[in-house]
Design a protein around this ligand. Sequence first.
Ligand SMILES: [Zn+2]
Length: 346
Amino acid sequence: MSVDLLAGVDGGGSKIAVLVTDRALVPVARRTVATGVGAPTAAVDQVADAVESTLRAAGRGVDELAAVGIGVPGRVDPAAGVVTLAVNLGWHEVALGPGLERRFRVPVSVENDVKAAAAGLAARGRTSGIADLAYLGIGTGISAGVVVGGRLYRGRRGLAGEIGHVVLQEDGPLCECGLRGCLEAMASGRGIASIADEAVRAGSLVLGGGSRTTAADVYAAAGRGDAAARAIVDAAGRAVARAVHLLVMTYDLQAVFIGGGVTGAGRLFSDPVERALDVLRASSPLAREALGPGVLHVLSPDADAGAWGAVVLAGRAALPADAAAVRDDRTGVIPADAGSAEARSP
Ligand SMILES: [Zn+2]
């Protein structure tokens, strides 16, 4: 029995996605459990069960695992494997890594989900030749992971890329964080739904359908030509375009990859963003240079950037401690190529 499987877990509030690959990053099994990670006390078992059932369905065993990587939406201490704060999950100081290591008896790497996705995109060579990039995750909330010079950049407090709470409109909608007009309040799934609810209450928008408004409802209404819904998704598109511009200008990036549930609206999501980028380009030669062709990549919903990022984390965790790609725990800087197939080739 060879011990050569890497399990990557994207653990969110509404689903747990598991991707298992071999050491050359060839997919062996994947499965999405439609229940999010819940209470901290149950989370280790929940994630472990999801990994085990994914392996079982592919006729593989836990004893074939070399390492596990997991990305979660929250602040993480990667060296300790501890999720220090995940507001949307209701977690505080959860020792997810040590718990999973006890269960599987293999190295486990824990990272913030969008940071994992960004490092994964860089590591898989998917971005061929792009050493400076961001992954912008637009789902219930919004945040970005930034790779600079081929390395994941975490910043002093791990806040690098937390662009969801940058204020874009001072008198904009109230954000969960307490500020007004944050990117997240204007363009996240929760933000769009909440703006739409306000419009429904004011009588300017009729959505019908389900009891709870979702961003997908609003994009669908925009697709049907509803003017009020269009105005909301156009404003969201302008906010996302400004976020792309901010990320590129702040870190001098080559490309921004966008993923997350809201992008499931397809062209209805990406067209308003592209239009807003064109407006910026038309107004400024500097913006035109920064936002050149190919700067924006909207990933398809099945791209699974989070799970792939977690697999790359697992690949790094499976490396022997003296390998070239060991994480520098002091600075928290991770060589983004640490999990690439090349780096692990015998
Ligand atoms: Zn905010």
